[in-house]
Design a protein around this ligand. Sequence first.
Ligand SMILES: [Zn+2]
Length: 1148
Amino acid sequence: MLNVSGSASSGGMDAKWAALKDKNSKLKGRRRFVADVRDMKEACKEGYEGYGMRIERFREGDEEGNIEFKLVKGDQPIVAINLLVSDTSEYPAHHTFFAFSPDSDLPPRVESVIENLSSAKSSSIPETINKILLDLSKSSESKGKHVAMNESQDTDEEEGDDTDYEAYEDLDYQFGMVADNVTSAVSPQRLQHDFLEVVAADFRPGLIRFGTDDFVLTVSQPVINLSIPPHVLMAWDRRLLTTSHHLTLLISGMRGTYPPIKPDGTLNVGQVGQSLNLEFKVGLTRRYKPGREQTGEIIRNFGLVERDDEIGATLDGGGAAGAGESEWGLGEDEDGPMMEEDIPKPLVETEEDDPGRFQSFSLSSSLESLLNQAFVKVLGYRIKFGLGWAGAEALLAEVERMQSKPEDVFARLKNVMMEEDREERTVAQTYHLPHDPLLNREPNAELNLPLIAYSYLVRRMTLCTRYCPVCHNKLKMQYEALKPYVCDSKLCAYQYYSYNRGPSLEYEIQTNPESVDLLVSLTYIAAAEGSLEDPLPTGLGLRVPMPNGSIQSRVPNPTGFGMVGPVTTAMVPPGFPGYNNVVVPADASVSADPVADPRDGLVDLDSLALPEMRAAIVKLIDSIPSIAKIKAHLDRKVKAGKSRPKLRDVDPSVLPAAWSILRWCIASSTAYLEEITEQEDLIRNVEAPWRQFRFSVGAPDTEGKFKTALQAAQQSNANAATYPSLYAFHGSPARNWHSIIRHGLWFKTIAHGRAYGNGVYFAKEGSISMGSYAVKSQTCWRNSNIRPNSCAALAEIVNLPQQFVSNNPYFVIAQTDWIVCRYLLVNGAPKEEDLENTTFGAEEEAKKKQKKDDKVPFVTLDPAQPITLANHKVQIPEPSHKIDKLMRARREEYCEEDYDEDDADIFAAKEVLSRKPMEVIVIEDTPPPPDVGLSQRGGVDDWEHSPDWVQECMQHVMPPPAEASPMATMALQRELKAILKEQERARSLKELGWYMPPELIGDNLFQWIVELHSFEKSLPIAKDLVARGVNSLVFEIRFPPAFPHAPPFFRIIKPRFLPFIHGGGGHVTGGGSICMDLLTSDGWLPSYNIPSILLQIRLAISNLDPRPARLATNWDQPYGVHEALEGFRRAATTHGWKVPEGLERLLR
Ligand SMILES: [Zn+2]
């Protein structure tokens, strides 16, 4: 058996023991005891081992005859033991050792070994220690790898080794136990240390066990805590904010080894010499970590079926992931790779089902492939070459490109790498990047893999639009998009669309069908009217029908006033006929090259010239069924186990290439669009047939840069200080919006010379932009439900018109940081429901009216810059209103749950850290200033906190407790957060009955000041308080390091109560401490929270039986600490309650 070999290798006690055992045998009594302690201490300093265990920190205790030491196996602490000799004069023949352990929650096996010591026959210290080690190792051996985890183990002690071992194989084991004396490659100290660092970084660590010695680590944080603007998150994937989620990283493949990585960044070797194979998964979870079962399913999919799973995660759970078709593109199905149109697993309807689920989202597969392929290498380069993330990434890209050694590449291109790092520091000014755990790292310091990996993940997620989601290289584009987009490489484009690395088309159709319709329609118009240029759906291997015509490009007029059109478009009235589409018959000279395959009549799209390509795209889109029809098909419920409805089944006659074009229309759009239908969100006086869409475009830091520009304007200009921004319309022909949505408003507009200067043009009167600029389309996708024919944007602009290129008659703005798009107004067909609703009448009207009455915050516009539509004043609801509401809802939903047992065990592992107060004490939520809460409550006769009164009491407070523990720190952080939240939410302080002055929350979590007040007026104590003008009872609460397993200590500082012996009552001891059963070791439960204890104390003080509580005549004299302790002791003794261990230390 494993454990036998382990014991054998360390072979019982070593020679040191033999030497020690009889060394002082001439001596007797106290002298012998002192000599044995001294020698043992000496021996332990040099390393004293036996039965595979080691004795550490052997020392004399506080009292005479007391010794303390710890047993350690490998890196795992097993148990701390205190021995107390009753009488050293009888040592070593007739004394008794009282043995106990300060550790709580000891495994029963270990506990019984310690208990047996007290009844064992007298023996010297070396002999006693030998016996402890022997007994522990025996108990360990008889239990196989799993010692004393389970009471039932006692019954099968005599069974054979093999069955014994197997019987326990599936049981969870705990770190830090006398388990596993051979192979556990986990350092609980390191794990605990790293977990605490993760917590200090404001993330949540987690551990999920599998079998006996494998585990998965998780790191997460609530999505709402990410420093990515909410509208950007919504653009990336609406699921990020439509319900409360964590962004969660799973790390597996450690093969039971921790730490998995060495200080030089290379991977550790596993337990039996196999190399580690780290695997990362990125997804959304409801809880701070996914369920064990769900995690098991995910990691089982690693390795063997990885590629299929990758497809499956985003495309399909069944069909295409099957073995027969795994060679995509070569399947018997003529669909080819672009036909992976099955519905992805994350379906809307199942989203709420399972609290343990781990859900992929639009960025998952890209981030996972990055972590799996590049993270460890990049980390290694950072350490080896002292680079930042960006520099190391650039180095990796060059190493792979040049196929050379990193040393050589670095030597040649060092400056390039350094430049990358410099650039990232600039980027960090507008993107909020996570703290870099490797910053200021000591050479050879240990690496906290979970923290570093998670921090890297958040960094790359924040910057995802700056990198290609497929090859992960930095994009070299002139503009930055709101959503991630592929680089120019054809291979990347192919993978991006074929593997659906972008947003899920099915999800978009199901949840945001209007935007899908709009995007397809705009692509159609751009193609049909000759504006469709890069990006094109090439490189995707699309096989399309031979176009029977071609669509020529429009020649942009350099003096064009609008976007890409002749200057006259700006001035002509609405209804200007625009261009006649130049659809010319297919010309033999143009299409000589591409020849349709006689077998299917199809031709490669890539082989067509641009005009023909446009014609082909038009034809394909026209064959796509309406989005409403597709949605209805996808929304069909299917029986469990049946495969989801597939796109291609909507209409089998539709060519695969048409579905691919549909996918491309959505996945290549880098803007955010969502139709607004609720009354409270709608812009006033923009009526049908205009439909309103929320619209964001441009880089994710656009909003941040805009805010900075607003602030600068407010400081430099008095009018802007009051009205920092203005709104205006921007119109452009319908055929241009396909491009604007992908490149931003100004990509093509600024370059050309214009009538009023270079810049983006805006109008204050909507009909100018919406009428003449927004040249109507002459064509329309025939299955569109929206049938858009013209579009205009409504943008928010920094209110410094005197600094615009021109401000009359139009705004012409060159500073692109001064513009953010807010709305897209689309002139289209009236919505069907609007038509239907006209018959509803009263009910609907009432509903609308009611909604109207809800407070809608409107943007306060500069009276000097009003905006109008057809001379009607336009009112704009605060654009952030909706997203603020969404964020508020997410925040309210979110409640930080406790760590589960596995994780709590890691935090609770004993003596792993030094006893000095932890540095991770961070009160995350800055408590609100006290008057804010009070003013909100505003009750006339509410109790009011008096800072002076409490301050006076504070002079008598002891310094904070010196002892702390990670476990208690964690518990207290939670407790403090909860109590402050409860206080903040209370309707009145009087009702609450207690108050925790936020200004007195110090750096030490282990000491709190709380007031009790507003006692029932008829009580004698209440009358006393009023009579003396005492505002509250001021309490000090001190927490022991064993909290929450040991009770806190409550004492009153002021006022002084009439002692019991003088006729007082109310459970206040003569020293001002509160002595109640629930605050003693016997009565305490870790589940008690402070507000519930305060309530109990309040009841006790209010209790008239046997006598009511009263103030003492010297009520103004504060209680001293020592009288508090004495009073508590006396009262506990009287009642026969156990005084909590270490109470004195707590008060020292
Ligand atoms: Zn790429």
